[in-house]
Design a protein around this ligand. Sequence first.
Ligand code: NAP
Length: 280
Amino acid sequence: MEQLKLNNGQTIPQLGLGVFKVQDAGDLKSAVAEALKVGYRHFDTATIYHNEEWLGEALAESDVPREELFITSKVWNNNTTYDETITAFHESLKKLQTDYLDLYLIHWPSEGYNEKWRAMESLYNDGLIKSIGVSNFEKPHMEKLMTTAKIKPAVDQVETHPYFQHKELNEYLKSMDIAHEAWGPLGQGKSNVLEDPVLVKIAEAHDKSVAQVILRWHLQRDIIVIPKSVHAERIAQNINVFDFSLTDEEMSMIASIDKNQRGSGDPNDEEFLKGTMSRR
Ligand SMILES: NC(=O)c1ccc[n+]([C@@H]2O[C@H](COP(=O)([O-])OP(=O)(O)OC[C@H]3O[C@@H](n4cnc5c(N)ncnc54)[C@H](OP(=O)(O)O)[C@@H]3O)[C@@H](O)[C@H]2O)c1
């Protein structure tokens, strides 16, 4: 597994398993067991996914030592203060059955993120989190965060796929030495990106699936990917992307199919952000 070095010297496996919308304990546990078997060590959850507890159980039941695992969770938008963030973090730790997180993220740039960040810096300084980062932050959010931050985020996890490539943000994050992590790397199964003719052609040329070509494209952009699947065959397929590479021409062909088409919420939409704060 390729590792990327973060701006604080920590490393992150460049590919992991996402578990958004896995709402069945059995599905989650079998997906995690399968993932561990085929070499995944990086798992991405969040408080709002309501499955941290199952992930904690699945990892505790495995014989993989904690230090080999990379666990990410995220603080939800209903927590707006320093104290609420500290409490939410400790609840996540307990559910995940661990005494530290590898990465903890502010889930969205909703109200109070500068205060949340102050709490995360304190948890980081106490050694309870190896790296701290943000999610769904675009340049203006990052700039506002940096007006009070003492520590620069290590990671920004944002929607990214061939129909929403986030080229400008990618350049900005590179200039800031903040790692770009893609959520929805396969278009969340919502868009028809997996049937795109350009991607189908490239996949045929490499004898790979379209999903594998997309994941490879992300990796070659130095992006961290966390594809979600609850199917053993796809879990195995999605990590089998380190034995081929795309040519510069193929990378350019994929660059040209961008539609700037978001599949989910827009972090620049204040009404959307407000609406998320009442969710639990
Ligand atoms: N920070 C945020 O705001 C945020 C938002 C969304 C997601 N995330 C994180 O990012 C992770 C990934 O994003 P996502 O789950 O939304 O979307 P995704 O990984 O782009 O897509 C998942 C969908 O693709 C299907 N799939 C997976 N592998 C496939 C393959 N090889 N061939 C065909 N279809 C395949 C899955 O179906 P099956 O499961 O049925 O196989 C599922 O329907 C999440 O799980 C979560 O951890 C973060």
